[in-house]
Design a protein around this ligand. Structure first.
Ligand code: GCO
Length: 486
């Protein structure tokens, strides 16, 4: 059930007003604040390989943990798998044309490790490399800069079976080999790389709750998976730098600010634990070379064996930090939660809260919050917003998809982002999640995050009103300068 506030920016009245003003797909003055971004700021959109490519066995691709997981009964609410998804593997040219039509400066996609190494290691599959090489050329020809994520969760299934996946250090070393192969093939044309995506979600949803691939339910796996992923990042960064010193390397981390549920001191403490557990658990080792004290102390027994030099490797200077931001959550003290004694939820019963179709609170101010933490506690690193967006219930009416709530969401989040730049944050670009509706992990295709609608039975793509709005925003922000790709 979605709740919607009776008044306020997301209320029915406000949205109806937005429709009347013709803000949708047209003008963009929504009274939300300044939406003109400085020259050089990159506007992009993001996707991930498993969520869009389909073609799960094409041209020698090996199975990933997501191929295996989605075949287990009950793992995906809709019973779907990713065999077809958006069929992007076969339709990438059309998708690049859509990006050009939207006027994107940059595109964040990911590379599927099992297309390159079907067994995770050993034999390289040239057809897999060739696909990303053709995609890169198509993007560059359209004047769109590729930012490739090298690990967005689709680990080769063989490595899960044989090594326990990222529970093993060996997987981190194999990741670096795979990255080297990719960078040798594409590094002459691709300059910016994102090593890993959201270590916290991968470790927690995939290995503690088992709601995502690989579907492991074992709290003991949490810290080893995080540590080995960060190690994988460090090893990959070294290889990329050695091969292509001029490239820029970063990571994509989720940041979900956690606030105390009440004013009690215990809840305040729980929120601090929550922030350490979800947010600083990867930011701190990456940027400061140590794990957050609250976790290091409470979960001391669960850290994997570390080798000397691990933390130095993990904290090699990054060229940028990628932040995936959607929503905030709340924490309360619960004595019975093992070790952490904190209960964190985004689905509390607060009244009058505007939520997306995921049930996530709409909280644009989060950008200001996160970026001020990055300024104050982390030395104000260069930042790309590597994901931000929302799922709403969309429908195709004739040839249009009217999604005023997404337009309103984007306008408010972008205005908040703009304000934090005024406050001194070094934000270099914004990747909207997502370019098109896609396979939303254990929700299947039921949740639509795209600014392009995908009609799955026909695979037709239709730019939503939010996509037209984003196109206009980009155009205006360029002040009429032509897009390189036309
Ligand atoms: C990620 C995200 C995306 C999701 C998006 C909406 O890890 O980068 O999970 O892949 O689709 O965040 O939930």
């Amino acid at each position: 059930m979605e709740r919607r506030a009776a008044t306020g920016p997301g209320s029915r009245e406000a949205i109806a007003g937005l429709e009347r003003k013709g803000a949708v797909g047209g003008g963009m003055d929504q009274g939300e604040g300044d939406l003109s971004f400085p020259e050089g700021f990159l506007f992009g959109a993001a996707t991930a390989a498993f969520q869009i490519e389909g073609a799960s066995e094409a041209d020698g691709k090996g199975p990933s943990i997501w191929d295996a997981f989605t075949r287990r009964a009950g793992s995906v609410r809709t019973g779907e798998n990713g065999d077809i998804a958006c069929d992007h593997y076969h339709r990438y040219r059309e998708d690049v044309s859509l990006m050009a039509e939207l006027g994107l400066d940059a595109y964040r996609g990911s590379i599927a490790w099992p297309r390159i190494y079907p067994e995770g290691r050993g034999r390289v599959n040239p057809a897999g490399l060739d696909f990303y090489s053709r995609l890169t050329d198509a993007l560059l020809a359209a004047g769109i800069e590729p930012f490739f994520t090298l690990f967005h969760w689709d680990l080769p299934q063989r490595l899960q079976r044989e090594l326990g996946g990222f529970r093993s250090r060996e997987t981190a070393a194999l990741f670096a080999d795979y990255v080297e192969t990719v960078v040798r093939a594409l590094g002459d044309r691709v300059r910016r790389w994102i090593t890993i995506n959201e270590p916290w979600e991968f470790a927690f949803f995939g290995h503690v709750l088992g709601e995502q691939a690989p579907g492991v339910r074992n709290p003991l796996a949490y810290l080893p998976v995080i540590h080995n992923l960060l190690l994988a990042h460090g090893l990959a960064l070294e290889r990329i730098r050695a091969l292509r010193p001029k490239s820029e390397v970063g990571v994509a981390l989720s940041y979900t600010p956690i606030f105390p549920a009440t004013e009690s001191a215990r809840d305040a403490w729980s929120a601090a634990v929550g922030n350490a557990f979800m947010n600083h658990i990867s930011l701190k080792p990456l940027l400061k070379g140590r794990y957050p004290e609250l976790i290091a102390r409470r979960l001391r027994l669960f850290f994997p064996r570390m080798e000397r030099g691990d933390l130095e490797l993990i904290s090699r200077p990054l060229d940028f930090v990628g932040i995936n931001y959607y929503s905030r959550e709340r924490a309360s003290y619960r004595w019975y939660v093992p070790f952490l004694r904190s209960w964190i939820t985004g689905r509390d019963s607060a009244e009058g809260v505007e939520r997306t179709a995921m049930g996530w609170e709409v909280w644009p101010e989060g950008f200001g919050h996160i970026l001020s933490v990055l300024r104050k506690d982390y030395g104000n690193p260069p930042v790309y917003i590597t994901e931000n967006g929302a799922a709403f219930v969309d429908s195709l009416v004739g040839d249009r998809v009217h999604d005023p709530r997404r337009v309103s969401f984007l306008a408010r989040y972008l205005a908040a982002l703009r304000r934090s730049m005024e406050e001194g944050s070094d934000v270099r670009g914004y990747f909207l999640w997502s370019l098109m509706d896609n396979f939303e992990w254990s929700y299947g295709t039921e949740k639509r995050f795209g600014i392009v609608y995908v009609d799955y039975p026909s695979q037709r793509r239709i730019i939503k009103d939010s996509g037209l709005w984003y196109r206009d925003l980009i155009r205006r922000s360029r002040g009429g300068r032509a897009h390189a790709g036309g």
